[in-house]
Design a protein around this ligand. Structure first.
Ligand SMILES: C[S@@+](CC[C@H](N)C(=O)[O-])C[C@H]1O[C@@H](n2cnc3c(N)ncnc32)[C@H](O)[C@@H]1O
Length: 186
């Protein structure tokens, strides 16, 4: 029997296909928006051992929930990068509603073009192929930076830790992998 994580993963892949098939003009997102449940976000931040001195980058930030929650819980800085103007507006609204504009920036950018040298924590909820394409950028992160992948790991890279987490929000099991830089190739 397929477990609920497999169903969630399949849904994201299916939505990605629909999104690509219906691509309009301009640069379309490589992955459709599906928000990480808040209790899973908390677990990801805890796995990364976030402190107020960290800088959290969310590549494809959706509604900005990860960087907003990190700023609220840990007082750290964060930058959310997003390509979809609708999601940028939602993220900016989230930042102002939660009064974390002193700590969090939302940037309209394609994640494959950005400089990650300032980041120390990267939560990733993207697709396997996108994760694979990001590895050369991730390899340039400062030593000691932490990457936490949600439901899709970094192919060919050895994780420090892998855990499953049952979310009370969607009643599904989520798989999380923690990586610390420098990344270790298999
Ligand atoms: C699965 S959602 C994850 C949202 C958020 N990180 C979370 O976990 O709640 C992926 C997000 O990545 C954005 N995205 C896809 N391709 C992108 C790209 N090339 N550059 C920036 N954002 C992108 C999508 O618009 C979408 O909001």
């Amino acid at each position: 029997m397929r477990d609920s994580r497999t169903i969630c993963g399949s849904l994201l892949l299916f939505l990605a296909f629909v999104c690509t098939a219906g691509a309009g003009s301009g640069r379309d997102p490589d992955v459709v928006y599906v928000g990480t449940p808040y209790d899973v976000v908390s677990k990801m931040l805890q796995m990364a051992g976030v402190t107020k001195d960290d800088v959290v980058y969310d590549l494809g930030c959706g509604d900005g929930r990860i960087v907003v929650l990190a700023a609220q819980k840990y007082g750290c800085r964060g930058v959310g990068y997003e390509i979809d103007p609708e999601r940028i507006a939602a993220s900016q609204d989230n930042v102002s509603r939660n009064n974390v504009g002193n700590l969090v920036r939302i940037v309209h950018a394609d994640i494959f073009t950005i400089d990650l040298s300032e980041a120390t924590v990267l939560p990733l909820y993207l697709l396997p192929e996108i994760n694979r394409r990001l590895i050369p950028q991730l390899e340039k992160l400062k030593p000691g930076s932490r990457i936490v992948c949600h439901n899709y790991d970094l192919d060919g890279i050895v994780a420090d830790e892998m855990t499953t987490f049952l979310s009370n929000e969607d009643n599904s099991t989520h798989i999380l992998w923690l990586y610390t830089t420098p990344l270790k190739r298999r």
